[in-house]
Write a protein that binds this ligand. Sequence first.
Ligand code: 4AD
Ligand code: MG
Length: 465
Amino acid sequence: MKRIEIKQLLESPQIGAEVNVKGWVRSRRGNKDVNFIALNDGSTIKNVQVVVDLTMFSEESLKEVTTGSCLSVVGKLVESQGKGQVVEIQASDIEIYGTADSLTYPLQKKGHSLEYLRGIAHLRPRTNTFGAIFRIRHNMAMAIHTYFHEHGYFYFHTPLITASDAEGAGQMFQVTTKNLYRLKKNEDGKIDYSDDFFGKMTSLTVSGQLEGELGALALGKIYTFGPTFRAENSNTPRHLAEFWMIEPEVAFIDKAELMDLEEDFLKYCVNWALKNCKDDLQFLNDMFDKGLIERLQSVVNTEFVRLPYTEGIEILQQAIKSGKKFEFSCNWGDDLASEHERYLVEEHFGKPVIMTDYSKEIKAFYMKINDDGKTVQGTDVLFPTIGEIIGGSVREESYDKLMQEIERRGIPMKDMWWYLDTRRYGSAPHAGFGLGFERLMLFVTGMQNIRDVIPFPRTPKSAEF
Ligand code: 4AD
Ligand code: MG
């Protein structure tokens, strides 16, 4: 008999049909006449109720049907007599695929804290909460690919192993096959990488942008969507050492068009969640964050503020004058801390802000410098509850200006000749941005900790699972 997924079974119930469902027991309760098993197979947050008539099954045969065990159930689909569900299955046959000893199974029926569940990341997908989060995560990935595909972008695969570290976005993880205890050194005591696998020092990438630019200057519009790695030792609820980034790069657009793209794209993704993840969002809304769905709707329906950095600093200075206390300073030239970003978004404007034209000293070398010589055409998107969700910019397309900046910063360009070639041959105005996938996930799910929106988080001192 062909198994039916619970999602499909509940969406179009064939009353009277003989069905086969397979899944994990969420709970079992009952009395001496009848037992009720709540079964979930991951296809939806909803369980199906299996009714077991104890004149047909012995107590003994049900002994191993405990929370966490895995079953295949055959039975007749009928209208439910009880409250809480429309249909239920009257079991005629139950096969136990895998038991879950109730003395040792780490997930019990009662709710567990998110922190406890982090310690059992191998099992937490079986909870309602993480089932919802990971179904939403899949949906966000589909939203992203669909958006770009429908808008004529090409998915461009950039390498994870790189020999350049010119992005300067964070500390890198080295990649080597060398025996670290017996490193070959040259005469001045430096490691001799000619001996190593790639013949030079290599690391895991912090961003696909530089190669993405190569793609955009040939295919016109590309995006990347892959893992990135940053060894910054920041143990915060918003940083991972391994996270996924989406980086579109577009030829022939200017700053205003870049901001339009950022806004349109984010709204599309949030709207996708509202349309396609209703049950899971409702669950998270009810369980954790009563304002979640409303917040998502408000982002979709509001126009983002576009705010030059200099004006942003003035607003923050004004706030300080009126008694607002921040932990970090915010004078012109300072990088904004998340507390500043959130003040602007949540308290001052009450909507997402695209901040532009930052002081060049706090931004990467490739951003296009404005005529004032002091600011660059960065376009970061700041979101409620998150702070920075997107980092983007117009790129400097002039070879001379770019080289001037590279020299001023003393960036080693030996391994970056290929990047400079884009400015040497057929250079073009272009722009792009990077969206942190898990930051988007934080926003869409309302979760507070980035460790709870990726199946197996990598953070300082933590690489279990
Ligand atoms: O602002 P960032 O560093 O920008 C870049 O990497 C550019 N190359 C992007 C581009 O223009 N193509 O990072 C982009 C986004 C941030 O806005 C944030 O959402 C996310 O990546 N991010 C992180 N997410 C989780 N953990 C970390 N450690 C992150 N660092 C950045
Ligand atoms: Mg940034």
